[in-house]
Design a protein around this ligand. Structure first.
Ligand code: AVI
Length: 329
């Protein structure tokens, strides 16, 4: 583990190195159904493209979530209580967090965690200048695998984890349960989790959200190959791959793939990776839930759903879960 300092921002940096990136890419590309971990979308360009996705008309998630937060913020803050130590997983540009920061008072401290170092530093700098007196302890980490949080001496505060955007949907069911168990251990016996959960809906709405007309989602998906070329010295011919996203109703998830447009071979680290025409690399799953399904998953990880807020169309939910310390399976 290493600590790096950046001006006045004290960054706790536990990001995985390039070796792990290379090993995970190779491991995924050697599977019968080739796959790449979606956490690697978020280099500097990927984070920029994701921000553009969030501004698209078709991508309803951020708009709907912000509207729910703004409508019910007083109720949320009341449930969270005073002296909260707010820990955010996948904080990105911390836009939605500002709604909480504007209302949570007093706040013990804010710990944003993100894999994208540049974005984390930018967001932390902006928060420090906009919220005088706010203590921010940024952590650069891959939160999908184990890492240590900085030890903060705040004895009388309640730890609340904030996990918006339905990023929980990017985990498969077993890792999702493990992730929630990890969150339960982070927030402790009287802690809580405020989480954004995307709900099942008309597949046409989902299809449009992941196949936008401007092609921003396609560029976001293809940037993963460009990143691998840039950082791992690989030779993907990016124009020979095509973005393909669809809703799989049996599994309740949107799947994103990159489909090879011809027979081709890609070289990475002296390993040849053959592609047949039409073969795909599975780059992301985005699970959609109904309220019962999510409640069961949360209970299996030791959480009780205390409150659910949704929009009128019931497209998205923000939920407050409390740690019961008991798992149901
Ligand atoms: C970050 N995550 C919740 C997004 C999603 O909807 O699964 C990532 C994304 N992929 C394509 N568009 C957005």
């Amino acid at each position: 583990m290493s600590r790096k300092e950046d001006k006045q921002i004290h960054l706790h940096d536990v990001t995985p190195g390039q070796e792990r990136f290379c090993a995970e890419v190779l491991n995924g590309l050697r599977k019968p159904q080739k796959e790449l971990p979606s956490k690697y979308f978020y280099d500097e360009r990927g984070s920029y493209l994701f921000e553009r996705i969030c501004a698209l008309d078709e991508y309803y998630i951020p708009r709907t979530e912000v509207a729910i937060m703004e409508t019910y913020i007083e109720e949320m803050v009341e449930l969270l209580g005073p002296d909260v130590l707010l820990i955010e997983y996948g904080s990105g540009n911390s836009t939605k967090t500002r709604i909480l920061l504007d209302h949570l008072c007093p706040l013990a401290a804010y710990v944003p965690i993100d894999i994208s170092r540049e974005q984390l530093l930018r967001a932390t700098g902006a928060l420090l200048s906009d919220y005088s007196g706010l203590e921010v302890f940024p952590v650069c980490a891959d939160y999908t695998s184990g890492f240590e949080l900085p030890v903060l001496n705040r004895p009388n505060c309640r730890q609340v984890v904030y996990f918006p955007g339905s990023t929980i949907g990017n985990f498969d069911p077993v890792p999702a349960k493990h992730f929630l168990e990890h969150v339960a251990s982070v927030c402790g016996p009287d802690g809580g989790l405020l989480i954004g959960v995307d709900l099942k809906k008309d597949p046409d709405v989902l299809h449009r959200a992941y196949n936008d007309r401007q092609g921003v989602t396609a560029a976001f998906n293809l940037n993963l190959l460009e990143r691998i070329n840039r950082e791992l010295n690989c030779d993907f011919q990016v124009e020979w791959f095509q973005h393909y996203a669809f809703y799989n109703p049996w599994e309740g998830r949107v799947e994103m793939h990159l489909v090879s447009l011809r027979d081709q071979t890609v070289w990475l680290d002296n390993v040849a990776i053959p592609f047949a025409k039409g073969e795909s690399i599975w780059t992301e799953s985005s699970y959609k839930f109904n309220l019962d399904e999510f409640q069961q998953m949360a209970a299996a990880a030791g959480f009780k759903v205390e409150h659910v807020w949704t929009d009128e169309r019931q497209w998205f939910s923000v939920q407050y879960l409390v740690n019961t310390g008991e798992t149901t399976s």
